[in-house]
Every structure is written in C-alpha cells, then in structure tokens.
Design a protein around this ligand. Structure first.
Ligand code: GLV
Length: 332
C-alpha cells in the first residue's frame, strides 16, 4: 500500500506513542498535540478529508459536525460511555460509532471502591488537615467516618461496572447489595454478585453508600437531585463515577453543606473540567478529575481497542465493538 492510498484519520486527543504507531501502519494520521482540546469548529476543520476519528468522551459527534464532514465513516471513542455521540444522527449519516467496553470494567470498579472508601473514611479531608499543620493531638473521634464493611451498598445502574462493584462489596466487604436498573438482572447474575433488585425509592432509602454507574442519557439527567437526596439517610455516602449531569451538582453541594447526607465522592461533573464552585467549598466531598479508568495498562487497552476498531472498519469493513452495527450492514 502506498502512503497516498492510505485512508486519513484524526487522533482528536493525544494518545500513547504505541497507539499512534499502530495507526500509522494503516493510515495517514493527523495527531493532536498533548494538552490540546479542539473546539467544535476546529474539530470540523481537522476532519476535512478524514475517514475516521479517534475521540475521547470530550469530542461531540452530532448532526452539525456530520453534515460538515462528509468523508467521515467512523468515530471510535476511547471511552465506554458515548453520550458525546448522537448515534441516531450517525446512523442517518452512515457513520459508525464504536466505544471501549470491557477492558476498563475491573479497573473502574476498583476506583469506585477507592472513592467510596476515601469518602466514607474521610481520607482526603483528614489529609488536608494534616498537611495544614492542624494535627496537634489525637482524639477519640478525630475524623470518625462511616462504617463500610457489613453495611448496605446501593448501586444505581447495573451494567458491567455496577456488577463488578457489587461483587467487591458482597464478597470483599460483606455488604448487603441492593440495586436499581432499567432492567432487572437474570437470577444467575444476581446470585453471582449477591445483589437484590429494589425500586429506586427503596434504594435511596436503604443505601448506606450509594454508587452511581448508569450511562448518561437525557432521561438520566439529574437522576439525583434535591428530591432524591432528601430520600437518602442523613448518614449516607454518595459516589458518582458515571457521568456529570446525572447528579445535580448545585443541589448536592447544598445538601453536603447542610449535612443532609454525610459525604460524597465525585469523579465526574456537570460541565467538566469545570467544577461547580460550591463543591470546592464544602469539606465533606472527595473530588477527582475523571480518572476512574486511569491505570496505564487500562488506558492503553482502551486506546488500542479504539485504534483496532478504526483499523478493522476502514481496512476490512468490520468492527470489534460497534454501537450502531446497522451502518456496517448498510455498507455491505
Ligand atoms: C469514562 O468515563 C468512560 O466512559 O470510559
């Protein structure tokens, strides 16, 4: 294959050199410098003449972009979530979308538990106190937090990551696991993660620790707002590793300040990378910058899966993890 006959692609956010090399073996590759995030208009410009794009959850692929980028055939997200894709518009435009599921499940569940533990046991709040030189004496109730083992773990959204968190809670921490999801798991899956299906109202009322792992959809917007927080125990912990927008961040900041729930751990935010200023000013919240899947092996696997989807589709007309496979059928 000569250089000139290779399809052209854009890597819309800097990736590891190994991923770039793999793509360069098949494509004319335009990269994005480290630290650079394209505006929607710049993205459209960069995509002129490109057949594929490797995106993160931060690049929106919608009808406007698709109309302005007629050569585009595939957008490969290196995230499992794909609320940055308007899949219906992509199908109409004949553009395949792929995501990066499975390779991040256990790593993300580990982080969900890390955030739960840090939040319940006040790890970052107590570290800030120590670093500020405020630790002058030990006292019996110094940073006394919430118990985790043997308590009730609630999970909202019971996909692969939800189930992996449930297994950690049930098998590792002897927790009673309750979940709510759009659809109930089959009996074998419920038995595997020792989880019991309940209504959303019961989940909110019973959970000592509530972890959110549902995908973002317009219907899921503000699934947890003031009304839902009011149904939770005042001693409860809330953890969001799903997507910004699932929690009403302003309402949560108010509830934390007024101690209507004990604490929250947030890895995702409405309008990130901006964080609601009120959240920055309450002590009982642990804040992390969207890093739930961030170990080097997992981020490498996610990026390689996105690269392999681009290669499989643009060289062989197939995909490993297609989101709208109707596009593949229509093209063959
Ligand atoms: C990260 O948030 C992902 O969706 O992979």
């Amino acid at each position: 294959m000569t250089g000139a006959s290779k399809p052209a692609i854009l890597i819309a956010r800097a990736v590891f050199p190994e991923v770039e090399s793999r793509l360069r073996a098949h494509f004319e590759v335009e990269t994005t410098p480290a630290g650079m995030v394209w505006s929607p208009d710049e993205l459209v410009q960069r995509l002129q003449g490109k057949s594929g794009v490797l995106t993160t959850g931060g690049e929106r692929i919608d009808a406007g972009l698709l109309a302005a980028c007629p050569t585009l055939r595939i957008a490969a997200n290196l995230a499992v979530g794909y609320n940055n894709f308007d899949l219906a518009a992509m199908s109409v435009a004949g553009v395949l979308g792929t995501n990066a599921p499975d390779v991040l499940t256990e790593t993300t569940a580990d982080f969900g538990f890390a955030l739960l533990m840090a939040t319940a046991r006040r790890v970052t709040e107590s570290e800030r106190f120590l670093r500020a030189g405020q630790w002058n004496q030990w006292s019996l109730d110094l940073f006394a937090g919430a118990e985790v083992h043997g308590t009730t773990l609630g999970i909202l959204g019971m996909g692969r990551i939800g189930r992996a968190i449930a297994r950690r809670g049930a098998h590792g921490f002897g927790m009673q696991v309750l979940y709510h999801n759009r659809s109930r798991l089959d009996e074998a899956s419920e038995a595997d993660c020792r989880a019991r299906y309940v209504s959303k109202a019961e989940l909110l009322a019973q959970a000592d620790h509530l972890v959110l792992v549902l995908p973002y959809t317009p219907e899921a917007h503000h699934s947890i707002g003031a009304a839902e927080i009011a149904q939770m125990k005042p001693s409860a912990t809330l953890v969001n590793i799903a997507r910004g927008g699932i929690v009403d961040d302003a309402a949560l900041a108010r509830a934390l300040r007024e101690r209507r729930i004990a604490a929250a751990g947030l890895d995702v935010f409405e309008g990130e990378p901006r964080v609601h200023p009120d959240l920055l000013n309450v002590p009982n919240v642990v804040l992390t910058p969207h890093i739930a899947s961030a170990t080097l092996p997992t981020r490498m696997a996610m990026a390689m899966l996105a690269a392999d989807n681009l290669i499989a589709y643009l060289t062989e007309g197939r995909a490993l993890t297609p989101l709208n496979p109707d596009v593949i059928k229509a093209a063959t």
